[in-house]
Write a protein that binds this ligand. Structure first.
Ligand code: SAM
Length: 373
C-alpha cells in the first residue's frame, strides 16, 4: 500500500539543522509580507532595528530590514533543496503611507533579487489575480486627476530552480514521473501565467481562518505540487501557517515537512489534518470527473481522443497521459503531535465506488466521482 509521511516542526526557518543539505524536492510557501501591517509585530519581534524603523515611519529602512530576515530563509532553502529542485513563493507587494508619503513596496522584486543572489535561477512567474469588489479598492484622489493610484489586485507566484534541470535516469523515476503526469487540459490552465481561483474549491480554509492567518487557497499548493514534483517526493513549506501545503502534499502522494514559528498553529493544523479526508478525496475525484467531462466535450464536438489511460479507463489527448494514476486517501493517522502518516488506495476503473454524477456531462456508472460524500 502506498504511504506518505508528513512532519510539522515548530522552529525558525532561518536555521534548519534538522534538514540535511540537498534533501528536499520542492518548496512551496508564502512568507509574511513585508510592509503589510498585519505582519509588523512579527517582524518587529525579530529585531529592534525593525521596530525602530517602523516607529520612525522610515518605510525604506523597515522594508530593507524586514527582507533581510526573509533573505536568511531563502539561503536556507537553497541549502536544503536538491539540485534541480524548485522554489515557489507566493508574495504580494505592499502599499502604505508613512510620513505622509504613499508608496509601493515591491516585495516581489526584492525577493527575486535575494533568491538570485542565493544562487537560484528565476523562471517565468505566475500572476495570481485577486479581483475585489471592495468599495475602497481605488486609492487616492478619486475622480480628480494626478493623485489617484491603480489598485493592487494581483499577487505573484515566483518560480525558481536550484542548479540544473532534474534528471530522471532510473526506471523507477521514469515510472513515477509518468504516473505523476497531469491531464492535457489541466496543463493548459496550470501553465498559463495568469491564475484566477474564483469559484474554485476552497472549503479547507474557510473565510474567517483565511483572513486571520493569511492562508492561501488549497488550489495554490495543489497546482504547484503537481506541476513541480513527483509522487513520493518531499515538499517543504518553511512558513506553514495553517498547514494548507501539508494538506495538498497529503492529497497527491507527496511527503512533506512544514515549519512554523508560532506553535499556536499546532491545534489548527492538526484539526485540519484529522478532518481533511472527505474534502481531499472530493478534490482528488474531481480531477477525474473533470477529465471525464472534458472527454465528453471532445466527443460531442466530434474530436476523438487517440490514447487511452489504462489505470482509469479514460481516453486522453497525449501519450504522456496514458499512465496517470490517481490515488484516493484510505486513512490519515496522526501518529504524534508532529508526525502524520497517510495511506492510499488506487482509484482504478475497477475498484471505483459507485459513481455519483458530479457534472452534467459525466455519464453515470463509468467514472469514479465523489468518494467520502
Ligand atoms: C503568510 S503566513 C503563511 C500562511 C500559509 N501559507 C497558510 O496557508 O496558512 C506566514 C507564516 O509564517 C510564519 N513565520 C514567519 N516567520 C517565520 C520563520 N522565520 N520561521 C518559521 N515560520 C515563520 C508566521 O507565523 C505565519 O504563520
Amino acid at each position: 500500500m502506498t504511504t506518505t509521511r508528513h512532519q510539522i516542526v515548530f522552529a525558525n526557518s532561518q536555521n534548519l539543522p534538522m534538514l540535511a543539505d540537498d534533501s528536499i524536492d520542492l518548496v512551496v510557501t508564502s512568507p509574511p509580507y513585508p510592509m503589510i501591517q498585519m505582519w509588523d509585530s512579527l517582524f518587529a519581534s525579530f529585531s529592534k532595528a525593525i521596530a525602530g524603523a517602523l516607529e520612525n515611519q522610515n518605510g525604506d529602512e523597515a522594508f530593507s530590514l524586514m527582507h533581510q530576515e526573509l533573505d536568511a530563509v531563502w539561503k536556507e532553502m537553497h541549502r536544503v533543496l536538491k539540485n534541480g529542485g524548485f522554489l515557489c513563493i507566493n508574495i504580494g507587494d505592499a502599499v502604505r503611507t508613512l510620513n505622509d508619503r504613499f508608496q509601493l513596496f515591491p516585495n516581489h522584486s526584492r525577493i527575486i533579487a535575494a533568491c538570485t543572489e542565493a544562487g537560484f535561477h528565476l523562471l517565468p512567474v505566475v500572476l495570481w489575480r485577486k479581483q475585489t469588489n471592495a468599495p475602497n479598492k481605488f486609492m487616492g484622489s478619486g475622480m480628480l486627476p494626478a493623485g489617484a493610484y491603480v489598485t493592487l489586485e494581483h499577487e505573484y507566484i515566483l518560480i525558481f530552480r536550484k542548479g540544473d534541470k532534474r534528471l530522471f535516469t532510473r526506471l523507477s523515476e521514469k515510472l513515477a514521473r509518468r504516473e505523476s503526469a497531469f491531464f492535457w487540459e489541466e496543463r493548459n490552465i496550470w501553465f498559463s501565467d495568469i491564475w484566477d481561483f474564483k469559484g474554485i474549491f476552497q472549503t479547507l480554509n474557510h473565510q474567517k481562518l483565511r483572513r486571520k492567518s493569511a492562508a492561501f487557497p488549497f488550489e495554490l499548493p495543489f497546482r504547484l505540487i503537481q506541476m513541480y514534483s513527483l509522487k513520493q517526493d518531499t515538499v517543504l513549506d518553511p512558513f506553514l501557517g495553517t498547514g494548507v501545503t501539508t494538506l495538498a502534499a497529503m492529497a497527491f502522494c507527496r511527503n512533506s515537512v512544514g515549519i512554523e514559528l508560532d506553535d499556536n498553529f499546532q491545534r489548527i493544523i492538526l484539526d485540519q489534518v484529522r478532518t481533511a479526508r472527505p474534502a481531499l478525496n472530493q478534490r482528488i475525484s474531481e480531477r477525474i470527473a473533470s477529465h471525464a467531462q472534458f472527454v465528453d466535450t471532445c466527443n460531442a464536438s466530434g474530436k476523438n481522443l487517440k490514447y487511452m489511460n489504462a489505470p482509469h479507463g479514460l481516453p486522453v489527448m497525449t501519450r504522456q497521459e496514458c499512465e496517470i494514476r490517481i490515488e484516493s486517501i484510505a486513512d490519515i493517522l496522526v501518529e504524534s503531535s508532529n508526525e502524520i502518516k497517510v495511506m492510499y488506495q488506487y482509484l482504478s476503473a475497477d475498484n471505483a465506488p459507485a459513481a455519483v454524477p458530479v457534472a452534467p456531462l459525466n455519464p453515470p456508472g463509468k467514472y469514479p466521482a465523489a468518494l467520502d460524500s
